[in-house]
Design a protein around this ligand. Sequence first.
Ligand code: HEC
Ligand code: HEC
Length: 252
Amino acid sequence: MRLPASLAALLLILPAATAAEIRPGRDFLSPELRALQEDEARHPGMLWVEQGEEVWRRTPALDKPSCAGCHGDAAGTMRGVATRYPMVDRASGRLLNLELRIEQCRMERQGQPAFGYESPELLALTAYIAYQSRSLPMTVRIDGAAAPFFDAGRAFFHERQGQLNLACSQCHDDNAGRRLRGDVISNGVGTGFPAYRLEWNAVGSLHRRLRACSLGVRAVQFDYGSPDYLNLELYLAWRARGLPMEAPAVRR
Ligand code: HEC
Ligand code: HEC
């Protein structure tokens, strides 16, 4: 299939950019969206944060503790937690992002069925917990048990994919700052997610955003919570090391 004209112009005619520093998503926002993201009174994603606090305090069953029942006040106990995810779970050896860690507590400590990826409850709780780390620097570990996941994520990021035969890096490293179909291409860091996207009219997860990028290059869209996107998420979080957590962000 032919490259869309806009993409061909973007990627073939413009000179390759030199590798530059990785900048946070907010640096690429229009002034209007940036102001919205910073104004909690008007930020549409704050509704999910409030709902998350409700789920946090809700008792799931008569004899089962709420999240707050074990963890107390999230402002203290969950501060900084999101900056360390994805992380390898010591017991199972699996790589867990924040969503999957919450699901683990839900199933193992509350004895309840999983909320399900992209369910309103899981999005709200993830946004609520991520919010407790807003503006704190990302600090994931990539050594030890995390190393193989990290290596796979890094390889994925640089691998050409889909009918358009484009790697993540060709847009988010080489062409950051340039326009593509009305968007300004950012460095593609995940620190704003879950984010409120105007296009979704709702808060959505990072994996939902990654599925949109996969579709954009006509590549395989992996499942929510799939190992491929988890590895990628770890690589993105490491690329964003030291950058502030923005979640919940506002995006186009
Ligand atoms: C019965 C007590 C209990 C309940 C109820 C519970 N948790 Fe946990 N949670 C724990 C324990 C204990 C750990 C530490 C587990 C570990 O490190 O392996 C933990 C770990 C976590 C972590 C990871 C913290 C970190 O520093 O990495 C998150 C996030 C979390 N819980 C969220 C929740 C949420 C959200 C709920 C409600 C849906 C919940 N938990 C319900 C006991 C509980
Ligand atoms: C054809 C160019 C292109 C390719 C290839 C591409 N993306 Fe994107 N991506 C975009 C555009 C455009 C946006 C929306 C504007 C922005 O935030 O960068 C976006 C957004 C994102 C975001 C959200 C950033 C934010 O702060 O809101 C992430 C994360 C991301 N991409 C990761 C990836 C990953 C990982 C891959 C490879 C699987 C990938 N992208 C492939 C163009 C691309």
